[in-house]
Design a protein around this ligand. Sequence first.
Ligand SMILES: Nc1nc2c(ncn2[C@@H]2O[C@H](COP(=O)(O)OP(=O)(O)OP(=O)(O)O)[C@@H](O)[C@H]2O)c(=O)[nH]1
Ligand SMILES: [Mg+2]
Length: 427
Amino acid sequence: MFDRIKESVQKFSRNAVADEEAVEELVNDIQRDLIQADVDIELVQELSDSIRSEALKEEAPEGLTRKEHVLEVVYGKLEALLGEEAEPQQEPHTVLLCGLFGAGKTTTAGKIADFYRKRELKPGLIAADTDRPAAVDQLEQIAGQVGAEFYGEKDADDPVEVVRRGRQELDADVVVVDSAGRNSLDAPLREELSEISEVAEPDERYLVTPADLGQSAGSQAEEFADAVDITGVVVTKMDSSAKAGGALIACQKAGSQVEFVGTGEEMHDLEVFDPVSFVEDMLGQPDLESLLEKVEELDADPGELLEGEFTLEDFREQISQVTDTGIMEDMMQQLPIGGQMPDNLADITEQKVGSYETIMESMTEEEMRDPDVIGRDRRERIAHGAGVPEEEVRELLKHFRQTRNMMDKMGSGGRGNMQQMMQKLGL
Ligand SMILES: Nc1nc2c(ncn2[C@@H]2O[C@H](COP(=O)(O)OP(=O)(O)OP(=O)(O)O)[C@@H](O)[C@H]2O)c(=O)[nH]1
Ligand SMILES: [Mg+2]
């Protein structure tokens, strides 16, 4: 997915000059990849025009080279197309999942339960798919897997009654109702969903839609919004579809917030939708990638550097080593990659490390161990505690994720020691 853009961004970053020709090539590659990802052609055209005009005609803001400015425009425009970062509920609530056959509803029900169990809210699942007896078994098995309460009736034929009884029986903080799929949103499905909705009184009604629909995800979201007043979308199968970008952008254009994305078949393969990290996945992080290449060239053995899971504790250790020895500066000077992106490792100046440490002091042990639990509420609390803008907490977490990503790439699920790595680089 997006191989061409990624390559093109890297090539652009390595270019000495960001002249018109280089920008034109970048824009062409972006166009080609977006069209392949089934993004609406008109949108692609608008995007290209605005990148061209802003990147070439406008002055680069102070402190940025033209090259940095162009990349910033590209990242920013794509982020804007993708809409807002999702803000999933952190309080007890009820979710109704709806969607067509095989969209990933039942799997997503389990993933959402898993997501909230990790956030210390007791999950419960209700099987409102009475079309197939196997559907009840499937959800029950998933409930067992993620430690959720379960309510289902094997030979019920009225999902509305099942939901009514399930609501009474379950003692859960977050209740997820899994409904039956159909081939299309026909009159019986509309009716079924609206009756279930009346009894379940869900706070959230999510449409579950697979990424491989591409831009049709947008019209589907509109149809479901009309029928059941959906409050958000879960885009599944992001891992296995080349059309994920098209699906996400189309939902945004249709006015539906993408809440979660499904990135695999496992229960932990659910992410809160964040345009910034999606664009980073899409375009890559030129600095980190070149650094990796350098490590590979030096024939470093990642196995030596990596063991266990990479946590914020490790990250804290790394960045303090980095400033202790001023090693980061040396490294950045030696590598032909310095400071292309505003948010990369090269930005970790001493001052920043100080502020990062203050922020980490405001975190709980759990948050340090598993920063993925930090949602918007916790971020607010941490920022308040540390007396810094929330943006800074976000940036720290982003740096952490980039570093973890790099560690992951060097060895599966690995832990890394930046100092050792830099020794390998001969610094
Ligand atoms: N790769 C990948 N596969 C997924 C994802 N989400 C669901 N699947 C797979 O898609 C298939 C269908 O998933 P289900 O959860 O049963 O879909 P459903 O919408 O409940 O299907 P029906 O109840 O029959 O309408 C299963 O094989 C899942 O493992 C995802 O994010 N990535
Ligand atoms: Mg199902």
